[in-house]
Design a protein around this ligand. Sequence first.
Ligand code: FES
Length: 170
Amino acid sequence: RGLLTGIVQGFSITGIGFLSYPFIKAWIPKFENDLSLEIRIDDLLPGQSKTVRWLGRNLFVLRRTQEELGILDQAEPELKDPNSKESKQPAFALHQFRSFRPELFVVYNNCTHLGCEVSREKAKFKCPCHQSDYDGAGRVSTEAVAPTNLEVPEYQFISGNRIRLVVSEV
Ligand code: FES
């Protein structure tokens, strides 16, 4: 009788396993699909932004106005790392705009101090946790406790209307 009970239990467990496989599979993240993400940018007017989630983090995608670009073009003596030498970004973003095309800015919104999410305030960024300020290119101010500029992800333009986020090789 014990043997029979064992056999029945074995079949039951196997059956439950087969039946639940599709549900379990649906819960497992598809990591291979997360290694790049396409984002539409033609829905952003100057001054508008959107938040995109990728690889477990949020990032801002925003279209700057001409006025915002003009501010970034001016000398900024109160920045900790104005040329982003100590900060993380792709090689194409090593200038005052920190973007592939000046008008389109893509940046992770985690503060570089302890990782709180910054908010966008009047074309700048501010961390709610310990008040670190970043300019419109995510460059941290000299007064802030955050050590470096906001991180810029690797991305490519795949058309005039779309960009593709890709995993950085650095
Ligand atoms: Fe942003 Fe501390 S986490 S200033």
